[in-house]
Design a protein around this ligand. Structure first.
Ligand code: B3K
Ligand code: ZN
Length: 892
């Protein structure tokens, strides 16, 4: 497949102010009539190139004159016209087949409804069009459909009119006043239940909010509506950004490739991120819904009002919007709290986000798909909705906030909207706006070096050295950075040169007893925990000398994870234990405990050292008794780093050994800290008289209780299996129930495990989202091997066509069951499923194709079977462009 390069960007030679679409909706065949008013930019005649895919062309006319087949060129995915006038109207009639469309891009059927998904390049599956984000037009959309089957006809913007067509069909006309790129277009048709609220925005406009779901699910949309209202209020309060529409709709779809989609005024959501009630959703689901609803809503400004010039700029909207949703979630967790309690509540979100970054993005940045947050090239843009674009992109935005301060960041964002509202722009435009605020605050400095974050792949390493001079009472900290070529940078000839980055490294100094040490004259950073200093590393190597430091300090490093880097600093474990108990920065405090555990696991795996876990046990025991820590925070502190995170740190990668050592250490901690787990298990029990609420405090208590139960089972407490079964049976909400079921799936005796699975299925068999959980928990269980996962796929409830279901079984097994997936049989199973999915849904198949991206670093015994599986995929005669790009890069 051809490679598209960032540097080849050419502006579209025509403006397209107005589009009128008419869709005669029908699941078998939908006819689309598109009227586009074009205006040539300037200069000479130039062909008009339109994109289209899987369409049948019925007719083309320019200014009302039908074109014969020799007046245009019709290619596979391109229609080329040769207009003569400067201003003209093109009218195209074409058809598509929603029912035959299993890709879930363009117009497709889900349940009895019709949905669209256009980002990134799905609009071209609906009609011939300049399907690129820098073409922004005003849309008027006429929808016609069978009244009984599709009583509700929705599109972007405002409903202008509705009428009965007399033949059992009806029509609705929508107009979106805001010019938008085609990827934000949406249509939904079907029969839905609706929850409505009217609210008044900050400037006094009344707006209608609607959440649509399948009938019968309307009592599960209350939380989603609450989240939407909180997101609207938050964006008004924190960024002064107001909803610019009279009507904002969310519709839940059963079949959806991703989490959700920010179509202007008509967000379409995976139902997993809309529907929640206590009986079916866990605490984590409630939080995830809040994050995704916030994310899509925040796109209305960061993405829709200001959009991307081309798809290389994807992180312009995604990194920024993830940063915004992270901040929203953190503020919701800290709501009503002050000082250290608020900081620790926010740290819980930071911990979860950084863990996710390490599990998904660090491996990506160290593998064949490594790319800068603004990629240089791609073959299939759908493959670039990655953890790097999203999560590392958000880290790059967060660093800008750290460097500018909250107010400076706000000033920069205001400037960005002042300059670019209504435009399709680039990452350079964003950083230029931020820089204007930066320079105002830091005369003589700029963000020139910082910009390299946009063009470099790979996770930088920062090496730390510290020298203390007791006579002079000085402490000198030296930082050096390195970021060797990664991913396609490795293939460049000459090799990529990678200049140093501007890295904000937040640190703190602790006395040997753990007290905050503030050097003479040092200015603490306003965003940080007490005593936080911000070192701005902009060169390959730099040193800072601090005065008035009498004793050799213990360094707290990368506070609040101030940059997406890996820190190298050799130090004794006793320092980590001290930090884990005393660091004033709750993130760095958690990190110190993790570092201690990582060292222990890696030592046991790599050096086959049976290092004693005494220090870890003592530290955790002390923390388990620290009543100042919130249950939510403590649950993170007492959790070992994830197997996937640890596997990535081994060289060569030893998945099996990591799983074994991780399990053995969990058992050991379960046994040695048994008294603490028993105590916490009792103390964290829900009061049965209090109704369920997903608030952070009760969710934290449930998380900590489930963790204690897991350790008790792992440690072989004689009553643990019985407690787990009681916990499962007595649960009054899905969070408790899943807490017990997960613990059983990971550690439970076989009869208890299977009894629980059976009971769960009998109870929830008619609820697809809950049955997804049932599949997931089994697919990720260490007791589920290839044979068992294949048996799960034979279950009548399994389907490859529904992405949530495919994810709950196949992806869970391949990605979250490393002990079983990493085997010749596991890789063969994976290759089979990639090929089977590719025939239906290339976007989903390509995601699965990345499960073993880093196979070339595996231990030799696994490398060969992984390569064979990959080769089998590559040799398949009909591969989608999506999967082809992934597997070719993986083998190169
Ligand atoms: N912008 C969408 C992504 C859809 C991409 C589909 N290939 C979701 C989001 O980031 O909000
Ligand atoms: Zn997004």
């Amino acid at each position: 497949p051809p490679t598209i390069s960032r540097h080849d960007y050419q502006p579209f030679p025509y403006a397209l102010p107005e589009v009128a679409l008419q869709l005669e909706l029908d699941a078998a065949r939908t006819r689309v009539t598109t009227r586009m008013s074009f205006e040539r930019a300037a200069g000479e005649l130039v062909p008009l190139v339109l994109n289209g895919q899987d369409l049948s062309l019925e007719s083309v006319a320019i200014d009302g004159v039908p074109l014969g087949p020799d007046a245009y060129e019709l290619h596979d995915e391109m229609l080329v016209l040769h207009p003569q006038a400067r201003r003209f109207t093109v009218e195209i009639v074409s058809t598509c087949c929603p029912e035959a469309n299993s890709t879930l891009m363009g117009l497709y059927v889900s349940g009895r409804h019709l949905f669209t998904q256009c980002e990134a390049e799905g609009f071209r599956r609906i009609t011939w069009f300049p399907d690129r984000p820098d073409v922004m037009a005003r849309y008027r959309v006429t929808l016609q459909a069978d009244t009984a089957h599709y009583p509700l006809l929705l599109s972007n913007g405002n409903l202008l009119s509705q009428r009965d067509l007399g033949d059992g069909r009806h029509e609705a006309v929508w107009e979106d006043p805001h010019p938008k790129p085609s990827y934000l277009f949406a249509v939904v048709a079907g029969d839905f239940a609706c929850r409505e609220e009217r609210i008044t925005t900050r400037s006094g406009r009344e707006v209608l909010l609607q959440v649509y779901s399948d009938h019968g699910a309307e009592n599960r949309t209350e939380w989603a509506m609450d989240c939407l209202i909180r997101a609207i209020r938050w964006d008004e309060a924190r960024y002064d950004l107001e909803l610019d529409l009279d009507r904002f709709m969310i519709v839940a779809a059963r079949d959806f490739n991703m989490g959700a989609m920010e179509n202007k005024g008509l967000n379409v959501f995976n139902s997993a991120y809309v529907l929640a009630d206590p009986a079916t959703a866990t605490d984590a689901t409630y939080r995830a819904i809040e994050a995704v609803i916030g994310h899509e809503y925040f796109h209305n400004w960061t993405g829709n009002r200001v959009t991307c010039r081309d798809w290389f700029q994807l992180s312009l909207k995604e990194g920024l919007t993830v940063f915004r949703d992270q901040e929203f979630s953190a503020d919701m967790l800290a709501h009503g709290l002050q000082g250290a309690a608020a900081a620790s509540a926010r740290a819980v979100k930071r911990i979860d986000d950084v863990s996710a970054l390490r599990i998904a993005q660090f491996p990506e940045d160290a593998g064949p798909m490594a790319h800068p947050i603004r990629p240089e090239s791609y073959q299939e843009i759908a493959n670039f909705y990655t953890a790097t674009i999203y999560e590392k992109g958000a880290e790059v935005i967060r660093m800008q906030q750290t460097l500018l301060g909250r107010e400076g960041f706000r000033e920069g964002l205001d400037e960005y909207f002042r300059r670019h509202d209504g435009q399709a722009v680039t990452c350079d435009d964003f950083i230029a706006a931020m820089e204007s605020a930066y320079i105002r605050r830091n005369p003589g400095r700029d963000l020139q070096v910082f910009r390299h974050w946009y063009s470099q792949a790979g996770t930088p390493r920062v090496t730390v050295r510290m020298q203390h001079d007791p006579q002079a009472q000085t402490c000198t900290i030296s930082l050096s950075q390195s970021n060797p070529p990664a991913g396609i940078e490795l293939l460049q000839n000459p090799p990529a040169t990678k200049p140093p980055l501007h890295i904000p490294v937040a640190i703190g100094l602790l006395s040997p007893t753990g007290a905050v040490v503030l050097p003479q004259g040092a200015q603490p950073h306003p965003l940080g925990a007490p005593g936080t200093l911000l070192l701005e590393l902009t060169e390959a190597e730099q040193s800072w000398t601090f005065h008035g430091v009498a004793e050799r300090p213990v360094l707290s490093l990368l506070r609040d994870f101030s940059a997406p880097v890996i820190i190298d600093y050799a130090r004794p474990d006793t320092e980590l234990a001290l930090l884990a108990r005393h660091d004033s920065d709750p993130f760095a405090r958690w990190e110190a405990g993790q570092e201690l555990a990582r060292g222990l696991v890696l030592g046991r795996v790599q050096a086959q050292l049976n290092t004693a876990a005494d220090l870890l046990c003592d530290t955790w025991a002390a923390l388990a008794q620290d009543t100042a820590l919130s249950p939510a925070y403590l649950a993170r502190v007492l959790t070992l780093p994830a197997q996937r995170e640890l596997i990535e740190l081994t060289t060569p990668m030893e998945p099996q050994a990591v799983v074994q050592v991780h399990r053995a250490l969990t058992q050991e901690l379960g046994g040695r800290l048994q008294d603490h787990w028993v105590r916490l298990y009792g103390a964290m029990a829900d009061d049965p008289a209090t109704p369920y609420s997903p608030d952070p405090d009760s969710a934290g208590r449930r998380a900590l209780r489930a963790l204690a139960l897991t350790y008790l089972l792992a440690g072989g407490h004689p009553q643990a299996a019985q407690w787990a079964m009681q916990h499962y049976e007595a649960a009054t909400n899905m969070s408790e129930r899943m807490g017990a079921l997960n613990a059983l799936a990971t550690w439970g005796p076989e009869e208890v495990r299977t009894a629980a699975y059976q009971h769960f299925y009998d109870m929830w068999q008619d609820d697809p989202l809950v049955i997804d959980r049932w599949f997931s928990v089994q697919a990720a269980s260490p007791f589920t091997g290839v044979g068992e996962v294949q048996a799960l796929m034979l279950h009548p409830a399994f389907s490859l066509r529904n992405p949530n279901r495919a994810r709950s079984v196949i992806f869970q097994f391949c990605m979250n069951n490393p002990g079983n997936a990493h085997s010749a049989a596991g890789y063969a199973f994976w290759a089979d499923q990639v090929l089977a999915l590719d025939a239906l849904n290339p976007e989903i198949a390509a995601r699965l194709a990345r499960a073993f991206d880093n196979w070339a670093r595996y231990t030799p015994a696994l490398r060969e079977p992984a390569r064979e599986a990959l080769q089998r995929i590559v040799q398949h005669p009909t591969l989608s462009r999506n999967v082809a790009e992934i597997v070719n890069k993986s083998l190169s």
